[in-house]
Design a protein around this ligand. Structure first.
Ligand code: GLN
Length: 247
């Protein structure tokens, strides 16, 4: 078995170290005896849709405006895709960048406006949106985007510490505004999107294995457990970290 990993626009959406997610996925596959290759799809390259799993990271406003034009073909993607921060925003219906409303790819039912205040710091969530994903999620958020979910999208988790998708900057003309306020991330079909940097797969190995299982057509429970003391140590530290308000 081999795993073909598509890393989308690492040159444009690689500002926050999220390219590390590809390395984690590759390594965890190899430790299970699965050969894995990372295919970087850079700005200007055609976007192939035949890889087993796709990853995209975060970036600044100008970068994500460039990215969205290039990533329109993703609207037909069926493979599992993990998108981080600007990646999440770009996949939605629209987002704001440099004060302008920009149309997104439209793969997920999410719209991004602007927070009252930049969300920056450690974040922890309780996963709710993905079967088998049970371990607390830990990451670092750094965004101005306030993402509201439509009917077809579910949150990835509920915020335990930090801001997540949105603050109280918007008027929510939806049934349950408190659910929007405590939501973090998006799950819709085979897309998992989150504001968590870290890289998120380094901090949350169970999430890496969810993607690996989906990409290889296995059950999560059938992946051999990996005993990695350094990963356990990292999780212990990050799960104990406090949020420091910087601004
Ligand atoms: N530019 C976007 C925002 O500030 C995304 C930032 C990011 O990817 N970390 O909301």
């Amino acid at each position: 078995m081999s795993l073909e990993i598509g890393l989308l626009l690492p040159d444009v959406l690689g500002t926050y170290g999220d390219n590390g997610n590809a390395l984690v996925l590759k390594r965890r596959a190899e430790m299970r005896g699965i050969d894995a290759t990372i295919h970087e799809v850079k700005l200007g390259d055609p976007v192939p849709l035949q890889f087993d799993v796709y990853l995209m990271g975060g970036g600044e406003d100008t970068a994500q405006t460039l990215a969205v034009e290039h990533l329109a073909p993703l609207v037909n993607l069926r493979a599992p895709l993990l998108a981080i921060c600007a990646g999440l925003q770009v996949l939605g219906e629209s987002f704001r960048a440099n004060g302008r409303v920009v149309d997104g790819v439209g793969l997920i039912d999410a719209t991004t406006t602007t927070l009252k205040k930049r969300a920056i710091g450690e974040i922890r969530t309780r996963p709710t949106g993905v079967p088998g994903l049970t371990d607390t999620l830990t990451g670092f958020e750094n965004h101005m985007g306030a993402t509201l979910l439509g009917q077809d999208a579910s949150p990835l988790g509920t915020v335990l510490m930090g801001v997540g998708n949105s603050d109280s900057s918007g008027t929510y003309d939806m049934a349950d505004p408190s659910a929007q306020l405590s939501a973090e991330g998006v799950v819709q079909g085979n897309v998992i999107a989150t504001y968590l940097h870290g890289p998120v797969l380094a901090r949350n190995p169970q999430l890496a294995d969810v993607l690996l299982a989906r990409a290889t057509g296995q059950d999560l429970a059938d992946l051999a457990p990996l005993d990695l003391p350094e990963v356990a140590q990292l999780r212990k530290e990050r799960l104990a970290a406090k949020r420091v308000e910087r601004f």
